[in-house]
Design a binder for this molecule. Structure first.
Ligand SMILES: C[S@@+](CC[C@H](N)C(=O)[O-])C[C@H]1O[C@@H](n2cnc3c(N)ncnc32)[C@H](O)[C@@H]1O
Length: 222
């Protein structure tokens, strides 16, 4: 997916992925990471997710990256936060309280930006990308992350022949292929959410599995 595609979606308000509440899976499973207080959390492809605010209110320092300037500015406006802005060569840094949003392409990030990150929260980031780009995304994320970092990853899985993405179907085999060399991977939740997602049933899907994975440093074969 090109950046232009996503910017257009934000401009046209085609943001069905955005939740008007904090993701219940974040609230339920975040404690499993057992993070130290005030840890630094990275939220890739963050949109204007309310989860950023929840993490901040829970005491974490949060860094997100999002290509759409409209999404970033809307986030700060909707939360009534006045932010500082500093422009780098490719990225713009917006900051208010302990929330840092990098506006620009994830692939323009540099490892030093995540040097003290302890955890990643990926909801609808990996699954937003087509297969070839997912490999580049995971490789770059692994390249930038400190060795001790852990991750909470939420994916969707469905019959990809029935619907083009995004969101794309990312099965467990792929999660293990992308991340298994670095992390011990535990699937801690999986539910067919199709009954609650009529827009996907209308697009012809026959199941839609939402899964939550806990990734901790260590090797997991597969
Ligand atoms: C499916 S949405 C998920 C947003 C957010 N994680 C959430 O749960 O609401 C994917 C987001 O990634 C952004 N995005 C896509 N490709 C990107 C890239 N290469 N760099 C930065 N942001 C990107 C899009 O603008 C979009 O807001």
């Amino acid at each position: 997916m090109e950046i232009d595609f996503w910017e257009q979606r934000w401009k046209e308000n085609q943001t069905g992925f955005h939740l008007e509440k904090v993701n219940p899976l974040l609230e339920k499973f975040w404690p499993e990471l057992k993070l130290a207080e005030a840890s630094h959390v990275f939220v890739p492809l963050c949109g204007k997710s309310l989860d950023l605010m929840w993490l901040n209110k829970s005491g974490y320092c949060v860094t997100g990256v999002e290509c759409s300037q409209l999404a970033v500015e809307t986030f700060f406006r909707e939360h009534d936060l006045s932010c500082n802005r500093v422009d780098d060569e490719n990225l713009k840094f917006f900051q208010a309280e302990n929330i840092h949003l990098l506006q620009g392409d994830f692939f323009d990030m540099r490892a030093e930006m995540l040097a003290d990150v302890s955890a990643i929260y990926d909801r609808a980031a990996l699954i937003a990308l087509p297969a070839g780009i997912r490999q580049r995304y995971a490789a770059k994320l692994l390249d930038m992350l400190p060795a001790h970092a852990v991750m909470l990853l939420i994916t969707l899985e469905y019959n990809q022949t029935l619907m083009p993405g995004p969101p794309f179907s990312v099965p467990e085999t792929e999660v293990r292929a992308l991340y298994g060399k670095r992390f011990d991977i535990q699937k801690i939740h999986q539910v067919d959410v199709l009954p609650d997602q009529p827009r996907f049933a209308q697009r012809g899907l026959d199941f839609l599995l939402e899964s939550v994975y806990l990734l901790k440093p260590g090797y997991s074969p597969g």
